[in-house]
Ligand binder design. Sequence first.
Ligand code: MN
Ligand code: MN
Length: 497
Amino acid sequence: MALLKRSAWYDTARNNSWTPKYVSFEELYPRELSDIFDLPLEEWEKFDEPYKDTFRDYVHVQREKDAYAYSIRSALERSKLYDVAHPGWRNLVKAHYGGVSIVEASAAILQGRFARFSKSPAMRSICVLGMLDEIRHAQIHFWFAYEHIRKDPQFDWAIKAYHTKNWVAISVIHMLDDLEQRDVVSSTIMTNLIFEVAFTNLQFIALSADAERSGDHTFAHFLQSIQTDEARHSQICLPVIRMMMRNGKKAEAQEVMDIAFWRMYRIFALVSGNAMDYGTPLHARERSFKEFMQEFVVTQFERQIVDLGLDRPWYWDIFLRDIETFHHQQHIGIWLWRCTLWWDDCAGVTAPERAWLEEKYPGWSRTYGRLWDVIAENVAEGRLEKTIPQAGALICNMSQLAMSGQCGDEWDVKDYYLDHEGKRYHFASEVDRWIFTRNPDRYKDYPSFTDRELAGEIPEGLHGFLTFMGLQPGYDTGTCAHGYSWIKDYYPKEAAE
Ligand code: MN
Ligand code: MN
């Protein structure tokens, strides 16, 4: 039997709208889940996805992609790569699995909601395939991570992380819920445009370049296999944004984008910034975090938003300064609080690494380097307890991350607070505070780690603190990835002892 060409039946197959008989259209597509901007229905009917795909073609391609990734993995497992990998790299991979696996699963639910609540039949159809993408991503993450669990219980965090009250998990969940728990229009801009176009490029392409250079071909192919899907389904947002622009909703689209961009950026700075500038072995670093940001986000993303008719976020200058500072500040806190992590963190401050940091971030030594000198001295003198903070940090009520600022001569530590309905909220930046003011009811009741501490929710002492975060002291708590061996660059004699 001859098969019809795809173009002959495609439009008919995806235009599966009907007039509901038993409920009203508004009940079928509630405003708060479908479209809070009330775009006209005729516009939704015109939605034309920028790429065409069918279930048959989709399954065919995805099957090959999976087969390839899985075959590379089994070949490399036999080569015992994991056992000989640089500790920085091994832990970077661990941090990635815990941080990203369940996020992929949540993206599957999000695409499923688009497939249910979009007012466009064409968008509903294409999002079913987007949902299958994300299910595959979650499964491949779990499968690859759990290969290593016999050797290292921290890999269990691939599934565990977001089921705990670990501070990293709380911060990511707060951000993700903000982006994903909205109507279809807002969420497609926030996730497809911001998360996928602007930022997964960074984590997946940049990190896969570093993976190749570290000799971890499994991880490199694994990332590329996922990124090809992201690059495709991220385009789903484009017709929706054009619809917003045609219907006088530029300001609304801009605000949604500006909120998501900052929230995503701050989490990525923490995760990717730490990984690229401190965790990746020096010889494998293709570029610094700042350089990757400049190429993938500043240049490429900026071009895209200008093409769409949108503007750069209002805080662009703040952002450009932030990519040189924020992740260095956070890195110090992350390493000091290493016992609260599900991976062993790299200090990444040997003499050659410091020289690299100074070259990439002129002034690094006189700001962050100074703090590392103090930490190094404490390590060398055997005062490890002095390298673990005795009091919790003040937490930003938006990012849920520790407030941090510039140290040294460019001292710039500031609490951007706001009093709202008799309560004082603390923010780590002007932008975080601005996001809160857009919709205080959305954010005001969420307890930060500081709020939880003050409410007595967290048991006393370090042990109680760790248990609260889902860690078992001495079993899966993080430590220094290199067993403090980097100290020999500072104090050769002590290190030999
Ligand atoms: Mn994905
Ligand atoms: Mn995706």
